[in-house]
Design a protein around this ligand. Structure first.
Ligand code: ATP
Ligand code: ZN
Ligand code: ZN
Length: 984
C-alpha cells in the first residue's frame, strides 16, 4: 500500500503536469509571439495544404507544407512527433477562437507534416491557397490517464499487482523463483550477457531491470524474454513510451510468429504495423463485412456532405453519420474482447494501455507480465498505467540517456527527475538489474569513451563492429575522412563565436555550420550516402541554420536535435556543439546524458565540431575532447576556412617564439608538417589531403595555444632559420620536400626578412628549399639583384650581411634604415625630380644602380646619423615606398608584395600576421561593420564581417595554382638571371 509519502510524491507528479498545462495556457494569455513559440519548436507558422485526403477510418488526412514560393521548403526545427495532438489555426493566431480543428500528427518529415484530423472536418472548408498555423496542444488526455492511474494506485487495496506495488515502493524485497537450468533459447545468437539477462528476468518473482547501454541489443533481449514467457502460455502486456519503440517491438515479435496485437490510434502506427492494429484485426474478424459496409457508408456520407449546400441537408447527413458510428462502435466492442483474448502479446504506448480504451474489455488479471521498454525515458506516473495490470514486470532501458523533461523545479527537487528504473537500481542494486555489455553498433574507439564515462568501462565492442569504418561500406572510397572513427575539428582561437541571442535555448554558430558543410561534402564525395549521416546539434537554432544550408542539396541527410535522435543510429554522426564564447559558458550542454546520447548514435564515424577552449570548461566534455585527441584525428578550423579571425593571436613574433617552437633545425618542420596535413593552407572544400595521418605529435591539439597555424608555422620556420644562423659550421639549411607550397612561401618570406639566400630545387613532390648565408665579407661578390626583388632587401643582403648569431635584431633594422636614408639622400641630389617615379616603378635599372652605389657607401652610417634638412623629406618618401611593399604594422618589416592582405577599413597592406583588423587597430570598425551586417542580413559571417566572396572552390584552387606558378617563375628568374648577367 502506498504510504503518505509516496502519495505526496504523486501529488508532485500531478503538480508537475499541472505546471506544464498551466505553462501552455499562460503562453496564450500572455500573448507570447507566435514566432517565439515557433522557435521553441511548439508551433509551425504559415503552412499551406499540400494535399487533403480521406483515409484511416474516415479521418481526414492533411498534408501541411511550408509556403512554397518562399523558396524554403523545409520546416523549421520543431518538437512535433507522430502521435502529438495538435491544433490547426487560421492566420489570426493560435487563439482558441481561431482553432479550425484538432488532430494527431501521423507523420513528420523535414519538408511536411501530416495530421489526421480528430474531429472530422465536415464543416471545414480548407482553402488550398490559404496559410495556416499548427500548434502543439498540451496533451491533457495523457495527463488525465496518468492521473487516473495514480488515483487507482492510491486506492489499490488488493489485486493482481499488490506484490509488485509493494516491491516497487520498497515495502518488501524482490524475490526470485527457481527456473530450469537448461533454458533453451529461441534466438541462438544471443551473447552471454543477453542470455544471462533473459534467464534472470524469467527467474524474478516481481521485477527485473534490463539495463541496455546503446547498441547492446536491448530490444533483442526483451523480445527473447517475451517469446519465452509466451512459450509458457502466459500473457504479456508490452509498452514503451513512444509509438516508434512499440512498433519496433511489434515488428520483431510478429517476425518471430508471436500473436501480437497493437493498440492505438491507427494514424499513429507505421504502415507495416497497421495490419497488427486492433482496427485492422477487427476488420478481418467475423464482423468484417458489416463493419466494412458501415465504414463505406460513413465515407459516402462525408463525400456527400462536402457537395451539399443546404444547411438542413447537411445536418441531417451529419446525424446519419453519428448513428452509423454508434453502430460501428457497438459491433466493434463485441469483437474487441474476442480479439484481445486471442493475442499473446498486447502492445501499446504507456498511456495507450489505459483503462478507458480497448483494455476495459479484459478482466484485470488477464496479463501475467508487464514489459516496459524505454523505461528510463518515461515518467514514472505513465508507467503505472500499465503496471497496475501486471503481476510481474520487466523494465528495460538506459538511465544514462536522456530522461523525460521535468519542467517543474519543485517536482524535480522532490525526486521526479529520477525515473522508476533508476530509482529501483538505486534501491536494490544488482539484485534487480542485469546489464547488457556487448554492443553491436559503435567502432570501439567511439564506444570506449562512453563506456568509461557512463558504464563503468564494462562495454565490449562485438568483433563485427569493433573496427568498422566508413570506408568499409560498399561504394565508399578510402580517404582520411572515411578512415578515422574519431575526428575532432577544433575551432578554438578561430573566432567562430556563437551568435549572440538572448534565448539560452536557441543558439547558433555560423562558423560551425560552414565546417559541418565542408565535412559533409568530404564524406559524400567519398561515397558516404547522406541517409547514413546524422547531423546533430543541441540547439534548435543551429538545427535550422544547418537545414537552411544543407537540406536542399541533401534531402536525405537527417539534421536534428540530440533528443530527436534518441533510440536511433547512423553510420556517421557529425556533432556541432555550437557554444563558443570567452566566458566558457556551455548552458544545457552540461547535461552529460545529452552528450552521451549524441555520441553513441554513431556506428563508424564521429566528427565533433567545437571550440575546445569553451567546452572544456565542463569536466565531462573535457573527457570527450581528451579522448578524441588521444584516439582520433584532430584538425583545426583553420584547415577548413579562409579568412577566419584568430582570437588569441600573438602580437609580437619575438615574444613567443622561444616557448612555442623548439626548432632543432632538421626535424621540426618535417614532422609537424606531416602531423598537421596542410596546416594553415587554404583547403578547398572536399580537398583530399595527401600527407599522412593528422594525429598530433604530443597528443595535444596544436592550436591549444589559440594561435593560428599560419603564424605558428611562420614562427617555427623563422626559429629554425635563426638556429641555423647561430651555428657557424653550417653553410646551408635544407627544408624537406614535404613542405607544401604555402609553407615554402613562408620559408622564402623568412629568408627574405633575414636577408638570406633561398633557392628552390626540384619539381612537384620533390620540390625543396635551401636557405644559405649570402656571400660574406666583400661586396665584390654581389652580382646584382634578382629581377623583381624589392630593393630594400637587397640592400640588407649586400651591405651588411645577415647578423650572425643574432635573431633579426632591431639594431640591424635601425642600421639599415639609416643606410637607406643616406643612400636616398645621395641619389636625390643627383636626380631629385625623377626620384619618386623611379622608386615607385622599382625597376631593374634603379635597383642595379642602387647596388652599384652601395659599394661606396658601405661605411657611411655616421654621416647618415647626422641627418640634414633633407632627411625629413627623405624619410617621407621612404615611408611611402616602404608602405607599398612592407607590412603597414608598426615595426613589422615583413614583405607584402607577394603575401599581403589589404585591410578594407584602413586601406593598407599588411602581412599575414597583421592583416586582421583587430591586430592592427581596425578592430572597432570591423566589429561595428559585422554588427551592422548581422542586423541587416540576419546572418553572422565568419571573419571580420566581410562577406566571404571567395567560397567558390574552383576559384580558390585557381588562385592557389596561380600563386604557386608565380613563385616558381620568381625562383627561375632568380636562378637564371645571374647567368645572364655573366654572359653579358
Ligand atoms: N546477440 C547478437 N548478435 C548479433 N547482433 C546483435 C545481437 N544482439 C543485438 N544485435 C544487433 O545489435 C543491434 C541493436 O539491437 P537491438 O535492436 O536489439 O537493440 P535496441 O535495444 O533496439 O537498441 P539499443 O540497444 O541501442 O537500445 C541490431 O542491429 C541487432 O541486430
Ligand atoms: Zn586596418
Ligand atoms: Zn606585419
Amino acid at each position: 500500500m502506498p504510504s503518505e509519502e509516496s502519495r505526496n510524491l504523486f501529488q508532485s507528479v500531478l503538480c508537475s503536469e499541472c505546471f506544464l498545462l498551466f505553462c501552455t495556457c499562460r503562453l496564450w494569455q500572455e500573448n507570447v509571439s507566435l514566432k517565439d513559440l515557433q522557435s521553441k519548436g511548439v508551433c509551425l507558422l504559415k503552412l499551406q495544404i499540400g494535399s487533403q485526403s480521406t483515409g484511416l477510418y474516415g479521418r481526414s488526412l492533411l498534408l501541411l507544407e511550408p509556403r512554397k514560393h518562399m523558396g524554403v521548403s523545409v520546416l523549421p526545427s520543431n518538437n512535433f512527433g507522430p502521435g502529438d495532438i495538435v491544433g490547426l489555426y487560421d492566420l489570426d493566431g493560435c487563439k482558441p477562437s481561431s482553432q479550425l480543428c484538432t488532430g494527431v500528427v501521423t507523420r513528420i518529415s523535414q519538408s511536411a507534416v501530416t495530421v489526421a484530423c480528430e474531429d472530422s472536418p465536415d464543416g471545414l472548408n480548407l482553402d488550398t491557397d490559404a496559410l495556416y498555423n499548427l500548434m502543439k496542444l498540451a496533451n491533457d488526455v495523457t495527463y488525465k490517464r496518468m492521473k487516473k492511474a495514480l488515483n487507482t494506485l492510491n486506492g489499490y487495496s488488493s489485486g493482481p499487482a499488490s506484490d509488485l506495488i509493494s516491491v516497487l515502493f520498497g515495502y518488501s524485497e524482490p524475490g526470485s523463483i527457481s527456473q530450469p537450468n537448461d533454458l533453451s533459447f529461441l534466438n541462438s545468437g544471443l551473447d552471454e550477457s543477453q542470455r544471462q539477462a533473459v534467464s534472470f528476468a524469467l527467474s524474478q518473482r516481481e521485477v527485473a531491470v534490463i539495463h541496455g547501454p546503446p547498441g547492446t541489443g536491448k530490444t533483442t533481449t526483451v523480445v527473447e524474454i517475451i517469446l519465452q514467457v509466451v512459450k509458457r502460455g502466459q500473457k504479456v502486456l508490452c509498452c514503451a513510451g513512444s509509438n516508434v519503440a512499440v512498433d519496433n517491438l511489434v515488428e520483431r515479435l510478429a517476425k518471430a510468429k508471436a500473436k501480437v496485437l497493437r493498440l492505438g490510434h491507427p494514424a499513429r502506427l507505421l504502415e507495416s504495423i497497421q495490419k497488427h492494429s486492433l482496427d485492422a484485426v477487427l476488420a478481418h474478424s467475423d464482423n468484417t463485412n458489416i463493419i466494412a459496409d458501415i465504414r463505406k457508408d460513413i465515407d459516402k456520407a462525408f463525400m456527400g456532405m462536402k457537395k451539399m449546400n443546404d444547411k438542413r441537408d447537411r445536418i441531417h447527413l451529419k446525424r446519419e453519420v453519428g448513428e452509423l458510428r454508434k453502430e460501428l462502435r457497438t459491433r466493434e466492442a463485441t469483437a474487441i474482447a474476442e480479439v484481445l483474448k486471442r493475442a499473446d502479446v498486447v502492445l501499446a504506448t504507456n498511456t495507450g494501455a489505459n483503462d478507458g480504451g480497448p483494455l476495459k474489455n479484459l478482466p484485470v488479471d488477464h496479463f501475467d507480465w508487464v514489459v516496459i521498454d524505454e523505461c528510463a525515458q518515461a515518467l514514472e506516473s505513465s508507467c503505472w498505467i500499465a503496471l497496475l495490470r501486471g503481476r510481474k514486470c520487466i523494465l528495460a532501458g538506459d538511465y544514462k540517456q536522456l530522461p523525460p523533461t521535468i519542467k517543474s523545479h519543485t517536482a524535480a527537487s522532490k525526486g521526479l527527475s529520477v525515473s522508476l528504473m533508476e530509482r529501483l537500481i538505486l534501491k536494490y542494486g544488482d539484485s534487480v538489474v542485469r546489464m547488457l555489455t556487448v554492443q553491436y553498433r559503435m567502432n570501439s574507439n567511439i564506444m570506449t569513451w562512453a563506456s568509461e564515462q557512463m558504464y563503468q568501462g564494462q562495454l565490449v565492442a562485438h568483433s563485427s563492429v569493433e573496427k568498422h569504418l566508413l570506408k568499409d561500406l560498399p561504394g565508399v572510397a578510402s580517404v582520411e575522412e572515411t578512415s578515422t572513427p574519431l575526428l575532432l575539428i577544433d575551432t578554438a582561437g578561430c573566432g567562430l563565436s556563437e551568435m549572440e541571442v538572448t534565448d539560452d535555448q536557441s543558439k547558433g554558430n555560423q562558423g560551425e555550420v560552414d565546417i559541418v558543410e565542408l565535412h559533409i561534402k568530404a564524406l559524400t564525395e567519398a561515397g558516404v550516402k547522406p541517409k547514413d549521416i546524422a547531423v546533430i546539434a543541441p540547439y534548435n537554432l543551429q538545427v535550422d541554420l544547418l537545414r537552411q544550408r544543407l537540406s536542399a542539396r541533401h534531402p536525405d541527410l537527417e539534421i536534428k536535435s540530440v533528443d530527436g535522435f534518441q533510440g536511433r543510429e547512423k553510420e556517421a554522426v557529425v556533432l556541432t556543439l555550437v557554444r563558443s564564447n570567452r566566458k566558457g559558458e556551455i548552458g544545457f550542454l552540461a547535461e552529460d546524458r545529452r552528450i552521451n546520447v549524441a555520441v553513441t548514435r554513431a556506428r563508424r564515424h564521429l566528427a565533433l565540431v567545437c571550440d575546445t577552449q569553451t567546452v572544456q570548461t565542463h569536466g565531462f566534455l573535457k573527457t570527450l575532447i581528451d579522448h578524441m585527441t588521444q584516439h582520433g584525428d584532430v584538425r583545426t578550423a583553420f584547415e577548413y576556412l579562409q579568412d577566419i579571425v584568430p582570437q588569441n593571436y600573438t602580437r609580437d613574433h619575438r615574444d613567443t617564439k622561444s616557448n612555442n617552437t623548439k626548432a632543432t633545425a632538421s626535424s621540426s618542420t618535417s614532422n609537424k608538417q606531416k602531423g598537421r596535413g596542410q596546416a594553415g593552407s587554404k583547403v578547398e572544400p572536399g580537398h583530399k589531403r595527401t600527407s599522412g595521418s593528422n594525429k598530433t605529435q604530443g597528443g595535444e591539439p596544436q592550436t591549444g595555444s589559440g594561435m593560428p597555424l599560419t603564424q605558428i608555422k611562420y614562427l617555427e620556420i623563422k626559429n629554425q632559420v635563426e638556429w641555423f644562423l647561430q651555428d657557424p659550421d653550417q653553410t646551408e639549411l635544407r627544408f624537406p620536400s614535404t613542405l607544401n607550397s604555402h609553407d615554402r612561401l613562408l620559408v622564402h618570406q623568412v629568408a627574405e626578412e633575414l636577408g638570406l639566400n633561398h633557392e628552390s630545387q626540384g619539381e612537384g613532390k620533390d620540390r625543396s628549399i635551401t636557405v644559405s648565408r649570402p656571400p660574406t665579407g666583400s661586396n665584390e661578390s654581389v652580382t646584382g639583384p634578382p629581377v623583381g626583388q624589392p630593393a630594400a632587401v637587397l640592400e640588407e643582403e649586400s651591405v651588411t650581411g645577415p647578423p650572425v648569431g643574432q635573431p633579426a635584431a632591431d639594431l640591424k633594422t635601425l642600421h639599415l634604415e639609416r643606410m637607406r636614408r643616406e643612400q636616398k639622400k645621395r641619389e636625390q641630389k643627383i636626380e631629385q625630380e625623377k626620384h619618386l617615379d623611379t622608386i615607385r616603378t622599382a625597376g631593374q635599372t634603379q635597383t642595379a644602380k642602387k647596388t652599384k652605389t652601395k659599394k661606396t657607401k658601405a661605411g657611411a652610417c655616421e654621416i647618415a646619423a647626422a641627418a640634414t634638412a633633407d632627411a625629413d623629406f627623405d624619410t617621407l618618401i621612404d615611408a611611402v615606398v616602404k608602405a607599398e611593399r612592407v607590412c603597414s604594422f608598426v615595426k613589422c618589416k615583413t614583405l607584402v608584395i607577394h603575401l599581403g592582405q589589404l585591410c578594407l577599413f584602413c586601406n593598407r597592406q599588411y602581412c599575414l600576421g597583421h592583416h586582421i583588423p583587430e591586430v592592427h587597430g581596425c578592430g572597432d570598425q570591423a566589429r561595428a561593420n559585422a554588427r551592422m551586417r548581422i542586423s541587416k542580413e540576419g546572418v553572422l559571417y565568419a571573419g571580420s564581417g566581410h562577406k566571404d566572396k571567395s567560397v567558390d572552390p574552383n576559384k580558390k584552387a585557381y588562385l592557389h595554382r596561380k600563386l604557386d606558378s608565380k613563385l616558381k617563375d620568381m625562383e627561375k628568374q632568380r636562378k637564371t638571371k645571374p647567368k645572364e648577367s655573366d654572359n653579358n
